[in-house]
Design a protein around this ligand. Structure first.
Ligand SMILES: NC(=O)c1ccc[n+]([C@@H]2O[C@H](COP(=O)([O-])OP(=O)(O)OC[C@H]3O[C@@H](n4cnc5c(N)ncnc54)[C@H](OP(=O)(O)O)[C@@H]3O)[C@@H](O)[C@H]2O)c1
Length: 329
């Protein structure tokens, strides 16, 4: 498994990470079995993955709690990345979404960040968070100045409660503001073969300024594994029902492209999903791919991409095929 440093933090992370959103279950992802999730985390660690990315909001604490249980006796094998900034304990902030009776608000107020960190440490059963990322940036209507947020994060770092600071869903201008206050080692944007928008600004910025990128949804929520056929149906509540690429006509076009890569999967003796992950982490500016998994076999398969080196011509061909797909209809 290739490893890369997260910015200038000194933390070495596996290029393939375990994304722990889905193990939070709930309406977004449908039924999830905690024992199976724990087996998936153990399998990921055994297959060379050390970076685990979660957030308090994933299952309203469930994802962090499951990780905490999985890492009992194994904490030192993991680089734990979690988040702050989505808050449901009181009415501080601006409403972001509502689910299961929780009103989740966006706020990066130092008071709520400190409370979130204490709760995360407890659920994760640890005394330190390796990377704390602001999940969504503060909205104008409830704007905490970035300098105030950073002062709080830097203080938490000073106290040893967090080791590195990161920010998700963020623009280069906002990253500039963070970086005038102190070290920003991690950025977490959305990126996949089918969603390459950050190539225009975020990736070049991070590459130039030594900010590690942990890119999320690299498998387009499973679609790019090629295993979600036209016969797969999601419950009305599951969010994959609402994603344009999952609509039958679009899904069919994606599946046809993936099927066309048989000669590549034969050449590299890999699966389609592994090919896609290897392509993702080979892109300039991409540090790690956060691959969601809730089954041991999936985590092991994803980890297998961490040793796969694609030739330049094949990387270019995969891009051409994806570009030819255009936008979902
Ligand atoms: N910062 C943010 O705002 C943000 C937003 C989204 C995600 N994230 C992070 O990024 C991580 C990954 O993103 P994501 O979960 O949205 O999407 P993803 O990694 O593109 O897809 C994850 C899903 O794909 C399926 N899958 C994964 N590996 C597979 C395999 N080898 N074979 C078959 N199916 C496989 C699984 O679906 P099933 O479990 O249904 O089988 C899995 O839950 C999250 O877990 C989270 O840590 C962050």
């Amino acid at each position: 498994m290739q490893q890369r440093e997260l910015g200038s933090s000194g933390i070495q992370a596996s290029v393939v990470a375990f994304g722990a959103w889905a193990i939070g279950g709930g309406p977004w992802w449908g039924p999830t079995d905690d024992a199976e999730s724990i087996r998936a985390i153990h399998a990921a660690l055994d297959a060379g993955i050390n970076l685990i990315d979660t957030a308090p909001v994933y299952g309203f604490g469930r994802s962090e709690d499951v990780i905490g249980r999985a890492l009992l006796g194994r904490r030192d094998r993991a680089v734990l990345a979690t988040k702050c900034g989505l808050w449901w304990d009181d009415e501080t902030g601006v409403l972001h979404f509502e689910q299961l009776g929780y009103k989740v608000r966006r706020t990066l107020d130092p008071r709520t960040i400190r409370a979130e960190v204490e709760a995360s440490l407890k659920r994760l059963r640890t005394d330190r968070i390796d990377v704390l990322q602001t999940h969504w940036q503060a909205p104008e209507a409830f704007k905490t100045p970035i300098a105030d947020t950073m002062a709080c994060l830097l203080d938490l770092k000073q106290q040893g409660k967090i080791r590195a600071i990161g920010a998700s869903n963020i623009t280069p201008a906002e990253m500039d503001e963070y970086r005038t206050c102190g070290a920003l080692d991690v950025c977490q944007p959305r990126y996949s073969l089918l969603d390459r928008r950050i190539e225009a600004d975020v990736l070049p910025y991070c590459q130039k300024n030594n900010v590690a990128t942990l890119v999320y949804s690299p498998l387009e929520q499973g679609l790019l594994t090629g295993k979600i056929g036209l016969d797969k149906h999601f419950t009305p509540e599951e969010f994959r029902n609402r994603i344009a690429w999952f609509k039958p006509a679009n899904r069919q076009r994606v599946l046809a492209v993936l099927a066309g890569w048989k000669e590549l999967t034969d050449k590299y003796r890999c699966t389609v999903g592994q090919l896609v992950i290897a392509w993702t982490v080979a892109q300039p500016g991409v540090t790690c791919a956060l691959c969601g998994a809730r089954k041991a076999a999936d985590a092991v398969e994803n980890a297998g991409a961490g040793d796969l080196k694609l030739e330049t011509a094949d990387i270019a061909r995969i891009r051409r095929d994806a570009e030819a797909l255009g936008a979902p209809q």
